[in-house]
Design a protein around this ligand. Structure first.
Ligand code: UT7
Length: 333
């Protein structure tokens, strides 16, 4: 069976930076509280004219360039997002039109901050099955649009961004194992109450702020600490590896305390853990590909390295991937 690997990566983030000091002017918070409780120092906020597909397109174009793949070769596009440009059409279709990938099927996937890992599993399995040969996977969110900017317990956490990769067949290595999971009984711990078929958006619902993210922060925190460790341990086991074989751990960037707890559980030293939460905050589905792309840019991943990606999010969901980074000559072009 052919294997699937990541051929190229790219990111797209808005220019505008919102710092903790800026937030001090907006809600009753402090740089000290945000930094010590989350590790976040600043985040990017989309321009009013920018929607999720615009950030997704920036990332997609860079990933295709990095992978040396033309739009005409892309045969499937998956966009993981909880902030589509609109309820429909799918943001993936807007990306398809934007890059001009006329041969590609396109759909969105909703798995919160685990969305990129979910999409990566589908992409990898499609490539392995021979059903598709060049899959564009994008994680993109503009959480600033669904954030209540008067709620200090959530507004300090989130930011906007996109990360993308092209998945294609490889001779060896690539995606070694994956592990996805969900616990729908925890759905109300992190959700948007209004704007769907259960509770359509009305003036009354909006007055109550039900169009925004509602989160039981502490319960999500406890879930995250447990599941990040469990998912990483399981995906490493499925790959037939030990944690000491891992050269780089790239976790979902939600909170440095959650990342530290997972790293401790795996016995990883700080240099084996990639962190950029201080720059971007929690960018939801974009978080893992944004971190992966920056880790590559900083030469923290070399061909042959074992890399573990782990995320958790709304659903509740979780997902992990163990990869062996491919040399370019391993790509089956
Ligand atoms: O991708 C998945 C998305 N979600 C997450 O990753 C979130 C997971 N949860 C967390 O990261 C943490 O639970 C938070 C960072 C959200 C909160 O940290 P915590 O240590 O769990 O704090 P807490 O919610 O228990 O709140 C502690 C105190 C409270 O005050 P009292 O009741 O003890 O007086 C809050 O009102 O901190 C207060 N607080 C704040 N104070 C200053 C909450 N938010 C703020 C704030 N600034 N922004």
């Amino acid at each position: 069976m052919v294997k699937a690997g990541i051929w190229g990566v790219g990111i797209g983030v808005p220019d505008r930076v919102l710092t903790n000091k800026d937030l001090e002017q907006m809600v009753d918070t402090s740089d000290e509280w945000i930094t010590s409780r989350t590790g976040i120092r600043e985040r990017r906020i989309a321009d009013p004219a920018q929607a999720t597909s615009d950030l997704a397109l920036l990332a997609a174009r860079k990933a295709m360039e990095d992978a040396r793949v033309d739009a005409s070769e892309i045969d499937l596009i998956i966009v993981a997002t909880v902030t589509p440009d609109s309820m429909f059409p799918a943001t993936a279709c807007l990306v398809q039109a934007g890059i001009g990938a006329a041969q590609a099927a396109a759909f969105d996937l909703s798995a919160g901050c685990s969305g990129f890992i979910y999409a990566l599993e589908i992409a990898a399995r499609c490539v392995e099955a021979g059903a598709y040969r060049r899959v564009l996977v994008v994680g993109a969110d503009t959480l600033s649009r669904i954030t209540n900017w008067t709620d200090r317990s959530t507004c300090v956490l989130f930011g906007d961004g996109a990360g993308a990769c092209v998945v294609g067949p490889v001779k060896q290595g690539g995606v070694l194992s994956m592990y996805l999971g969900a616990d729908g009984t925890g759905g109300d711990k992190l959700h948007i109450p209004a704007g769907g078929s259960r509770l359509p958006l009305t003036a009354e619902a909006m007055q109550e702020g039900k169009q925004y993210i509602h989160m039981a922060g502490n319960e999500v925190f406890k879930f995250a600490v447990r599941i990040m460790g469990d998912a990483a341990v399981e995906v490493i086991r499925r790959a037939g590896l030990q944690s000491e074989d891992i050269e780089l751990f790239v976790p979902h960037q939600a909170n440095i305390r959650i990342i530290d707890a997972a790293a401790k559980r795996l016995g990883l030293t700080p240099e084996k853990v990639f962190v950029n939460v201080q720059k971007y905050g929690n960018t939801s589905a974009a978080s893992i590909p944004l971190a992966l792309a920056e880790a590559l840019e900083q030469d923290k991943i070399r061909p042959g390295d074992h890399v573990v990606l782990v995320g958790f999010g709304a659903g509740l969901t979780w997902g992990a991937a163990a990869l062996q980074w491919n040399a370019e000559e391993d790509q089956l072009r």
